[in-house]
Each structure stands twice: as C-alpha cells, then as structure tokens.
Design a protein around this ligand. Structure first.
Ligand code: GDP
Ligand code: MG
Length: 157
C-alpha cells in the first residue's frame, strides 16, 4: 500500500482545496462545513519531483484530509475523533496547515509532531510573513508553492 500523507489544521485553512488540486477532481469536498466533517476524504496522488527526476520518478501516496480533532461531548463524535487521532499518529508524513487568519493549532494536542509546516493562501498575503522560517508558503487555489510542498513531502518519505 502507498504511504499515507495526512493533512491537519483548523477548519477553513484550505485542506480540502489542496486535496482537490492534488487529486484533480474538484467540487466534491470543498463544500464541507467547518467543524462538521466526520468522514475521511482522500485520494491517491502522484507526487512528481520537479523536472521529473529520472532517478526517482513519481511517488504514489494516499493523501488524507482529516476531519476535525476537536473535543466533543457526543459519543459518536468522540469515536470519530479517536479514530482520527490514530490515523494522524500513524501517518507516514504529517502536514500541518495554517492560513493568514487561523494560527497554528496547539501542536502539543496532536498525537505527534508534524513533519511539514504549510502556510496556505499565499495569493492573499505577501511573502514570508509567518514567523516560522521552515514553513512552506503555498496557494492551494492557484498552485503557487505546490512544487516545494511536494519536495518536502518526498524528502520526509
Ligand atoms: P478546509 O476546511 O481546511 O478543508 O478548507 P477549504 O479547502 O474548505 O477552504 C476554506 C475556504 O478557503 C474556501 O472558501 C476556499 O475557497 C478558500 N481557500 C482555500 N485555499 C485557498 C487559497 O490558496 N487562497 C485563497 N485566497 N483562498 C483559499
Ligand atoms: Mg475540508
């Protein structure tokens, strides 16, 4: 089975938009209302190194967009959250995403440290505004920075 890339982040930062861009079929998952997504969405994605490095070639990964990891009093929700936490814990690559309006979530609350830190909505902000020097600035909407993100994920594998 292909390695698993799991994307976590607060609602509305653009996780589904990124998934749609990578998987290449739009409109299916972006409409999720914030905080209501219980189902896992994901797809098989071919990550191609820049210039199509002939020694490595494309790598197929299973790209997963997490439902929320927030707490809930509802038992069905709690079970879903528990399951989400175990998927995050066992991810081959854990990507943490923020946007200009939603700060990084509490990393201590994640089951493990993220491998790749991503700031989305680059089209809406200038460069290098985030404090994290290692964060990759992307636009899930217009594709900016996706090559750098692809490389960071491939390097983690
Ligand atoms: P999710 O809750 O993290 O899955 O976020 P969505 O993918 O549903 O996106 C939330 C909102 O942000 C939607 O209105 C998207 O159109 C918008 N959005 C996503 N990516 C970008 C981006 O790169 N730039 C801008 N300007 N808006 C974006
Ligand atoms: Mg979503």
């Amino acid at each position: 089975t292909p390695p698993t890339v799991v994307v976590v982040g607060r609602p509305n930062v653009g996780k589904s938009t990124l998934l749609n861009r990578l998987v290449g079929r739009s409109a299916s998952v972006v409409a999720d209302l914030p905080g209501t997504t219980r189902d896992w969405v994901g797809g098989l994605v071919e990550l191609v190194p820049e210039g199509g490095d002939p020694t490595r070639g494309a790598v197929a990964v299973r790209w997963l967009d997490t439902p929320g990891l927030r707490d809930s009093d509802d038992t069905v929700e709690q079970r879903a959250i528990q399951q989400a936490r175990s998927v995050v814990a066992s991810a081959d690559v854990l990507v943490l995403m923020r946007d200009p309006e939603n700060d990084w979530p509490e990393v201590a609350e994640l089951p493990r440290e993220p491998d790749v830190w991503v700031v989305n909505k680059a089209d809406a902000v200038g460069e290098a505004w985030d404090g994290r020097a290692d964060a990759i600035l992307v636009s899930a909407q217009n594709g900016e920075g996706i090559t750098a993100l692809t490389h960071a994920v491939l390097e983690t594998l």
